[in-house]
Design a protein around this ligand. Structure first.
Ligand SMILES: [Ca+2]
Length: 140
């Protein structure tokens, strides 16, 4: 019983697990694909997160891929109730896949896709984020 594929092409778009903030359903596989304009990167930030926990996330999990497809490199696989760090793609596409098994449900998640500029160098991104957090001039 797969969820519909959600495709996000606008920055600052919120994504929710099915039925959020109610409990998500069993046996779901939901895809959330972000496609930013060429030259931008995709950031995924969570504000709410509660997925059935297992140390290996073998029951329910959220997996984030660095690209459009599940064959692309995995950026993160996570579960539980800790809010994950904001995650960034290395190109203009990102795919998040939410999978659930046949028992135990939680509230799920609320996340936001934003499109950010690629500063063009490995240190550039870091400098840009420090500026966002109000530490201009700190050069790492
Ligand atoms: Ca479950």
């Amino acid at each position: 019983m797969p969820c519909p594929l959600t495709t996000v092409t606008t920055s600052d778009t919120t994504i929710l697990s099915p039925n959020y903030p109610g409990s998500y359903s069993h046996n779901k596989s939901c895809l959330y694909r972000a496609v930013a304009p060429e030259g931008l990167l995709v950031a995924l930030q969570f504000t709410e997160f509660s997925i059935e926990y297992h140390p290996g996330c073998i029951y329910d999990r959220l997996t984030v891929y660095d690209g459009s497809f599940q064959s692309d490199p995995v950026l993160m696989t996570t579960c539980g109730t800790g809010i994950p760090n904001t995650i960034y793609s290395t190109s203009n596409k990102m795919l998040a896949v939410f999978e659930t098994d046949d028992s135990v449900t939680n509230a799920g998640f609320r996340g936001v896709f934003t499109f950010v500029e690629n500063a063009g160098s490995p240190g550039g991104m870091k400098t840009q984020f420090l500026h966002v957090w109000g530490i201009p001039g700190l050069n790492l």
